[in-house]
Write a protein that binds this ligand. Structure first.
Ligand SMILES: [Zn+2]
Length: 316
């Protein structure tokens, strides 16, 4: 049974908004594209878990993409499976090529079309997450539930090798149901009561925190570098102009009453939900404060303050 569904990651949406609104010639653009490629590939790896996990019975409590706090650090788990006997955490990967898990020096290398590359070791990472989850269970005064961990790679063009013949936690994603059965078969130990299992399940869900990210800061992108205006919903070009109560594109003559919504969503992804009349005019390229106010009143969920100091809150 899926307790927490996976949603499209908001940090990827922020990267997409930056890519959409940064001039192609901007010096940080290659970094933005590289980050976006890596995050989309990682997300693909997480999505690939859906199908094999659909073979598991209702008895398994499945959580996608969790962010928990162990008392010192935050940690993210791609997928967690809870039963009344054990917990399994899965680190999802989508890395193609000839992979070599070097367990002596803990790194992952790969040979691929674009040459050799080295990555941080997912095995080390998932074992660290296991220790952090143990710590989280202690913090919550839960019993010591055995925690298994796996690294599941979903890329179809992958061969996996290692210098450690005992390394048995790296699998191909489609082998996940068999691996879960194997854990079930070999596991011996006490069972938790149904009430306690459900309670832990509820506590995991309630402790899940939103992902913390700010790529604008991380990639040193200034607000002044961001292209302003409303993208045409017909030809995708900038910028539509507000004319007689709707947006009009001077390039393809397309008209749209609601074209400001994707632009305000971009604003929200890049700057957060707070916006003022002045900033909305600057971002949508509108001159009239009255028109800006009309748009804000229809779009925003609430506001604080009066007159010029009024701050509106977007919800996208
Ligand atoms: Zn157009």
């Amino acid at each position: 049974m899926i307790i927490k569904q996976r949603t499209f990651p908001r940090d990827i949406e922020q990267l997409q908004a930056i890519e959409r609104r940064l001039p192609e010639s901007h010096p940080q653009m290659p970094k933005v594209k590289e980050h976006l490629k890596t995050r989309l590939s990682g997300h693909k790896g997480e999505l690939a878990l859906n199908f094999p996990l659909s073979y598991l019975s209702e008895h398994y409590h499945i959580f996608h993409h969790l962010r928990l706090y162990d008392g010192t650090h935050y940690f993210q788990i791609d997928c967690l499976i809870l039963t009344d006997q054990w917990i399994l955490i899965v680190e999802a990967k989508n890395i193609g090529g000839e992979l070599f898990y070097n367990q002596r020096f803990n790194f992952l290398s790969r040979t691929w079309d674009d040459g050799p590359q080295t990555f941080s070791d997912p095995v080390l990472q998932v074992r660290r997450h296991r220790r952090q989850l143990q710590q989280w269970l202690h913090l919550k005064d839960f019993p010591d539930i055995p925690i298994y961990c796996l690294v599941a790679n979903s890329h179809p063009g992958t061969s996996i090798n290692t210098d450690d013949p005992s390394l048995d936690i790296v699998i191909r994603t489609e082998a996940l149901p068999e691996k879960v059965e194997e854990i079930d078969r070999n596991h011996t130990g006490e069972r938790l009561t149904q009430t306690l299992t459900n309670f832990i399940s509820k506590e995991i869900l309630e402790s899940d925190l939103p992902t913390d990210y700010d790529y604008m800061k991380e990639l040193s992108v200034n607000n002044s570098d961001i292209k302003k205006g409303v993208f045409c919903t017909g030809c995708q070009r900038l910028a539509m102009v507000w004319e007689y109560g709707r947006w009009k594109c001077n390039k393809c003559s397309h008209r749209d009453k609601l074209a400001h919504h994707p632009a305000l969503r971009d604003f929200c992804l890049l700057n957060g939900p707070k916006i003022t009349n002045k900033r909305v005019r600057g971002f949508l390229l509108i001159k009239s404060p009255t028109i800006a106010q009309g748009i804000l009143k229809k779009t925003c969920v609430r506001y604080e303050g009066t007159k010029k100091s009024r701050v509106y809150f977007l919800r996208y």
